[in-house]
Design a binder for this molecule. Structure first.
Ligand code: NIG
Ligand code: FE
Length: 380
């Protein structure tokens, strides 16, 4: 057993109910990768190794519960056109699918590794990664194999959009049949882009068929819902016990009611609204209704090409009126709950010693210093 003492922590956020908020002048001991002790630096026990952080703030490593990191190609021109007024409809996904299908494993793995390293360099220590840019059996399986090399939190998103050259009903049959069978061994989760407002995404009936098949194959459920307009995604997610419904930009009062009192987390992705110049979700309405909220990056080449969880926290505070504490909690504990994980997203005794170390005296700087790379991931 090896133990590691981190001391000189100017402010330590643990989300541990034993403590009344952040600890000042704190220390933390990890044993074999798990938190074994946290408290005032003056009371810290001895350990095999000791690192002094010289006053840095430490928070739980970010849990980015929604990313699409396995892809090839570039859609900067689509982004530029959108900033000039062309709205986002999901149509650009086909561009990424074409580039991804023709990319080698070596090229996809290199891009994926670079993005995962970029996320970690900004404090992310748990990553969910979706497929969804293959949309044929062989490529979807390939993307999930590659994602599995990086994380256990892999999600089958064959039902991202209906690709060119196949009828909708035939594609739903493919996704729920041979594609699901090929992908399930590499996936923990399944997701569907349930968006009646998009001509290429799936309506409520199609999404239900996809999710039920995935559940029968042993996968946990997630939903992309209510991104581009009102729709059945949020209530379908609640009805089927999905771990999370993501986007939640257009929710009705009935959707908020259904989410409150359910185990389905509402995952907000403010980088998408920023990068598509769309209205932000009403985070306050969700929080005030008692809905559990997570923040994630949704890093993808179309709607938000950023891996930065600190940016998501800054946007949540500035644009969605979350408090800094709420935003940090959503980016850590909220993400963990969206992945149904109890070993990450907090630094209670026994948690994984996954940290974000801040080049700043307090967690407030995550929102106060937008765009400045103050966070880095550290696993003890
Ligand atoms: O989460 N909404 C659907 N899927 C992605 C965007 C995919 C893309 O445009 O490439 C999202 O926003
Ligand atoms: Fe997404």
């Amino acid at each position: 057993m090896t133990s590691h003492l981190l001391t000189g922590i100017g402010e330590l956020v643990t989300h541990d109910p034993r403590f009344d908020g952040p600890l000042l002048d704190a220390a933390l001991v990890a044993e074999d990768g798990c938190v074994a002790w946290a408290g005032p630096a003056a009371d810290a026990p001895a350990a095999d190794r000791r690192t002094d952080l010289a006053g840095a703030a430490v928070v739980p490593g970010f849990v980015d519960s929604h990313t699409h990191l396995v892809f090839a190609g570039d859609r900067a021109a689509e982004f530029e056109a959108r900033m000039a007024g062309t709205p986002y409809t999901g149509g650009g996904i086909a561009t990424t699918v074409a580039a991804t299908r023709s990319a080698s494993d070596v090229a996809l793995r290199a891009r994926l590794a670079a993005l995962a390293a970029e996320a970690r360099a900004q404090g992310t220590t748990t990553l969910e990664i979706k497929s969804g840019y293959g949309l044929d059996v062989a490529t979807e399986e390939r993307l999930l194999r590659l994602a599995r090399e990086v994380t256990v939190e892999t999600t089958f998103l064959g039902a991202h959009v209906v690709p060119h050259g196949i009828e909708r009903a035939d594609y739903v049959a493919l996704v729920t049949g041979p594609m699901l069978a090929a992908c399930a061994p590499y996936a923990r989760w399944a997701d569907v882009f349930c968006e009646p407002a998009s001509p290429v995404a799936f309506d409520g009936d199609e999404a239900r068929v996809v999710l039920l098949a995935a559940r029968s194959a042993g996968l946990g459920l997630r939903v992309h819902g209510n991104q581009l307009g009102p729709g059945p995604g949020a209530q379908l997610a609640v009805e089927l016990g999905a771990a999370s419904v993501d986007h939640c930009t257009y929710l009705s009062a009935g959707d908020v009611d259904a989410l409150s009192g359910s185990d389905t987390v509402a995952t907000l992705l403010p980088g998408v609204e920023f990068s598509t110049r769309s209205p932000y979700p009403d985070a306050r309405r969700l929080l005030d209704a008692g809905v559990e909220v997570a923040l994630a990056s949704d890093c993808n080449p179309g709607t938000c090409f950023s891996t930065s969880m600190p940016l998501m926290i800054a946007l949540a505070v500035r644009e969605m009126r979350m408090t800094v504490a709420e935003a940090l909690r959503a980016a850590t504990l909220g993400g963990a709950h969206a992945l149904r994980r109890d070993d990450v997203g907090h630094l209670r005794l026994g948690a994984r010693a996954d940290l974000a170390v801040l080049d700043a005296p307090s967690h407030r700087h995550l929102a106060y210093r937008p765009g400045v790379p103050i966070a880095r991931g550290l696993t003890l």
